[in-house]
Design a protein around this ligand. Structure first.
Ligand code: HEM
Length: 459
C-alpha cells in the first residue's frame, strides 16, 4: 500500500495554513451533528449529497455539493449514509481512490448482512482506505462533544496511516481513540451499539430461574401444606416470610456459583497437569460473568438484610409475641431463659452481619473506579481470600440458623427438606473443594502448574 497516497493536507494549501477541509457524505442527523462538531473544532466542512439543493438546513458555514465535487476537495470523507445506499458509491470509485473513508454506519439488527458494512464498503471501492469508527456515538453525543461516559471512540482499519489520520481528527474533537485492529474487527464494532447487557444475561436468567423455583417450592411447603394438612390460611406469609427466605437462599447459591468455576478450573489444571490447555467454553463463559453473578447476589443479600430489619415491626410477629406473653400470664408460668437459644440466635445474626459486611466490600471493590486503583495482588486478595471468607460466613450463618432443624422429622413436610438445606448444597461443596485445594501438597502442585510447570506423561 502506498502510504503517500494519504495526505491530510488539504489540496492546494501549500502556502497559507488554511483550515483543513473534510467531507461528509450524507446530510442526515448524524452527518449534520458531526459537521457542526467539526466546524466548532476548527475544520471546514463540505457535504456530498444526492440532492445538494434540497437537503434541508445544514450547519452555517458549510455547503452541500454533489458527491463527485465534494470528493475532489477533501482527502478524508465521513460516510454518513445507510448501508443499503452504498451501491452508488461504486460509480465514484475512481475519484475515491487513495481517499480515507470513515464508515460510521450501524445496522438495526445483528447478522443482517453476511459481511460488515465497512468491509462491504472496502469491497465496493478497493482503492480507498476504509476506516470503521465513530459508530458507537449517537448524533447527540457527537453534537455535544465528549463527556466522561462517552469519551472513547473505537476505530479499525487496514491501513495504519489512514487510521492515524482519523485518530488525529477524533483527538481534535476531544475523543480518546481505541484502536481495535484491522477491518476484520468492523463486525464487532458494528455489533457494539446493538448489545443489551450481554454479560448480565446469564446471571439474570439464573437469578430469575432460582427465585421462581424457590418461590414455588416454598409456596407448596409453607402455604399449601398449612392449608391442606392443618386447614390454616397463612397466605399472607408470601409477602415477607417467603420473600425473606427466597432472597437469601438465591443470594447464597449465586455467591457460591461465583467461586465454583474457579475451583473447577483448579481441579481441571491439576488433572491435566498443565495450565496451557484451554478451558471448555462453558467454563470460560461462566468465569467471565462472575462479577455480575456476585453483584446480583449482593443485591439479593441486601434485600434479605432489609426484610430482616422489619421483622420486629411486623403485625404477625407482634401478635405472636403478645400471644405468648398473655398465655404465660394466664397459665402463671415463666418460660425459662434458654442460653443455648440466645447463643445460637446471636451467633447467626452476628455471622450474618459479618458476612454481609464483607459482601459489600467485595461489591465495592469490583467497581471499576475502585478496582482500577488496586494492584492485581490487592484485587485478588479481596476477591479471592475475602471472597471465600464471605462465602464461609454466609454458609455458617445459614448452618447456625438451621441448627438442629435437620434432625426433626416435622420439618420435612411432605418428605421435602426445608429450602435452606437445599441452599447449603453448592456452598458446602465449594468450601470443601476449596479446603482440599488448600492442602499443602495440592497447593504446591497447583502453584507449580500456574508457574508454567507441566506434568510429563510417562511414555
Ligand atoms: C436467614 C438475619 C445476612 C443467608 C436469616 C434469618 C435472619 C437472618 C433473622 C431468619 C429469617 C427467618 O426467620 O425467616 C441476617 C442478618 C444479616 C444476614 C441480620 C446481615 C445483615 C445474610 C447473608 C446471607 C444470609 C449475607 C447470605 C447470602 C441467609 C439464609 C437464611 C437466612 C440462606 C435462611 C433462609 C430460610 O430458609 O429461612 N438471616 N442475615 N443472611 N439468612 Fe441471613
Amino acid at each position: 500500500v502506498n502510504s503517500e497516497s494519504v495526505s491530510l493536507c488539504p489540496l492546494n494549501t501549500a502556502a497559507a495554513p488554511e483550515q483543513e477541509l473534510l467531507c461528509i457524505f450524507g446530510t442526515g442527523d448524524l452527518g449534520r451533528s458531526l459537521g457542526q462538531r467539526l466546524l466548532q473544532c476548527g475544520y471546514r466542512v463540505v457535504y456530498g449529497s444526492r440532492r445538494p439543493h434540497s437537503c434541508g438546513p445544514l450547519p452555517p458555514g458549510t455547503q452541500a455539493v454533489s458527491h463527485g465535487a465534494a470528493t475532489q476537495s477533501a482527502n478524508l470523507i465521513f460516510v454518513c449514509i445507510h448501508r443499503q445506499n452504498y451501491d452508488f458509491l461504486q460509480t465514484l470509485a475512481p475519484q475515491l481512490n487513495g481517499k480515507v473513508l470513515v464508515d460510521v454506519s450501524n445496522n438495526l439488527k445483528k447478522n443482517l448482512y453476511p459481511e460488515a458494512n465497512a468491509e462491504y464498503l472496502q469491497r465496493l471501492i478497493p482503492g480507498a482506505h476504509v476506516v470503521k469508527g465513530f459508530n458507537t456515538l449517537s448524533a447527540w453525543a457527537l453534537q455535544n462533544g465528549p463527556s466522561d461516559s462517552n469519551r472513547q471512540v473505537y476505530l479499525c482499519g487496514n491501513m495504519a496511516e489512514a487510521k492515524q489520520a482519523v485518530t488525529e481528527t477524533a483527538t481534535k474533537l476531544g475523543f480518546t481513540v481505541v484502536d481495535r485492529g484491522s477491518l476484520s474487527a468492523a463486525r464487532e464494532l458494528e455489533d457494539f451499539p446493538l448489545q443489551l447487557f450481554p454479560e448480565w444475561r446469564l446471571p439474570l436468567r439464573l437469578a430469575v430461574g432460582l427465585t421462581a423455583a424457590f418461590f414455588f417450592y416454598l409456596i407448596i411447603r409453607d402455604i399449601v401444606y398449612a392449608y391442606v394438612v392443618q386447614g390454616k390460611d397463612v397466605s399472607f406469609r408470601i409477602m415477607v416470610s417467603l420473600a425473606n427466605k427466597v432472597f437469601p437462599i438465591v443470594s447464597l447459591i449465586m455467591l457460591s456459583l461465583c467461586y465454583l468455576p474457579g475451583v473447577i478450573a483448579a481441579f481441571l489444571q491439576l488433572y491435566r497437569g498443565t495450565k496451557y490447555k484451554r478451558f471448555p467454553d462453558w467454563l470460560d463463559r461462566w468465569m467471565l460473568c462472575r462479577k455480575q453473578l456476585g453483584l446480583l447476589a449482593l443485591a439479593f443479600a441486601s434485600l434479605h438484610a432489609m426484610y430482616t430489619l422489619i421483622i420486629p415491626i411486623r403485625y404477625y410477629v407482634r401478635h405472636r409475641i403478645s400471644e405468648i406473653t398473655i398465655s404465660q400470664i394466664r397459665e402463671n408460668i415463666t418460660y425459662k431463659f434458654d442460653t443455648t437459644m440466645a447463643w445460637r440466635t446471636d451467633s447467626y445474626y452476628s455471622v450474618g452481619i459479618l458476612g454481609f459486611g464483607l459482601y459489600i466490600l467485595l461489591g465495592i471493590s469490583s467497581l471499576p473506579s475502585v478496582s482500577n486503583v488496586l494492584s492485581w495482588r490487592e484485587f485478588s486478595f479481596i476477591q479471592s481470600k475475602l471472597g471465600y471468607l464471605t462465602l464461609f460466613f454466609c454458609t455458617f450463618h445459614t448452618y447456625l440458623y438451621g441448627w438442629s432443624m435437620f434432625l426433626k422429622p416435622s420439618y420435612y413436610k411432605w418428605y421435602t427438606p426445608p429450602a435452606y438445606m437445599l441452599s447449603l448444597v453448592v456452598p458446602s461443596v465449594v468450601l470443601v473443594l476449596k479446603l482440599l485445594l488448600l492442602l499443602p501438597c495440592v497447593d504446591r502442585t497447583l502453584t507449580r502448574i500456574r508457574q508454567g510447570w507441566e506434568k510429563t506423561d510417562p511414555e
